[in-house]
Write a protein that binds this ligand. Structure first.
Ligand code: 13P
Length: 274
């Protein structure tokens, strides 16, 4: 069943847990994470990112998610990841997304606030949820690199939350996209301060390679959605690579899928606090 981000975040809040947001790029990877979430009986956010969009997959992946969600036994959110403009979020509204992210974190605070408000107004008019972002998340996301320091400003969280009626807020607390080199350092005090401000449900991007205990602590302190992309893509590619010499076309995809499902099940268990 297709549902909104606001809806699944209520489940997360009630359980003091987080919902996984897995980036999808193709049919097999999407099936793999849906099977994982169905086995774990936990809602799922399927996110379409800028890499997939640049590869021309926006409409195909949106249709795929709608098709899968129609017969799925769990709530599924069709979500735009790091929307680059107001216009792109509107295109997604037309395609039937149930949630869009507008990422204005690399713009000025005033501009981010203004554009986020416009996105919220349009999306809410048709019952679609909105995620916004403060404190640009560094690293490479689908080929887009942000070099800005990524610790969110608490005063900005307070002002933004008072003015922008978004359903979720991604905050930079030392997290980065891609695999970490060494152990990341998260500013948990900052995360706690964000939560005390009556901010919307908080989102952690860059979930790949984060030690499990850091994820658990972040969820304890109010993270309600965790994004994972790179780790799943690497597992998928490793599955294909392991079967390259076999000349078994479907066998390669079966292995890739199995690898992704295994990681996704582990992440889902971790996020729901099993
Ligand atoms: P990773 O690729 O580091 O898991 O980050 C994913 C993400 O945050 C997508 O928005």
């Amino acid at each position: 069943m297709l549902t909104t981000l606001a809806d699944v975040l209520k489940t997360a809040e009630a359980a003091n847990a987080a919902i996984p947001a897995f980036n999808i790029d193709n049919i097999e990877g999407t099936e793999a994470v849906v099977e994982a979430a169905e086995a774990e009986r936990w809602p799922l956010i399927l996110t379409i990112g800028q890499g997939a969009i640049q590869a021309g997959q926006l409409r195909h992946l949106a249709a795929l998610v709608q098709d899968i969600a129609a017969v799925s036994t769990i709530p599924i959110v069709l979500h735009l990841d790091h929307g680059i403009s107001y216009e792109q979020t509107v295109q997604c509204l037309r395609l039937g997304f149930t949630s869009v992210m507008y990422d204005g974190s690399h713009r000025s605070f005033a501009e981010n606030m203004r554009e986020s408000q416009a996105v919220v107004r349009s999306a809410h008019a048709v019952g679609v949820s909105v995620e916004c972002e403060l404190g640009a998340i560094s690293g490479v996301e689908d080929g887009m690199s942000h070099s800005v320091v990524n610790l969110v400003d608490i005063n900005e969280v307070e002002r933004f939350s008072a003015e922008v009626d978004c359903d979720a807020l991604a905050v930079g607390i030392g997290n980065a996209h891609g695999m970490y080199q060494g152990t990341p350092h998260f500013d948990f005090d900052r995360l706690e301060a964000c939560r005390r401000l009556n901010a919307p449900p908080l989102v952690l991007h860059g979930g790949s390679g984060t030690p499990d205990e850091m994820i658990r602590k972040a969820i304890q302190l109010g993270i309600r959605k965790v994004n994972v992309a790179t780790e799943l893509r690497m597992a998928f590619m490793a599955g294909l690579e392991s079967k390259v010499g076999s000349r078994d076309f479907y066998g390669m995809y079966r292995q890739a899928k199995a690898n992704v499902t295994e990681i996704a099940r582990h992440k889902i268990g971790l996020f729901r606090g099993k």
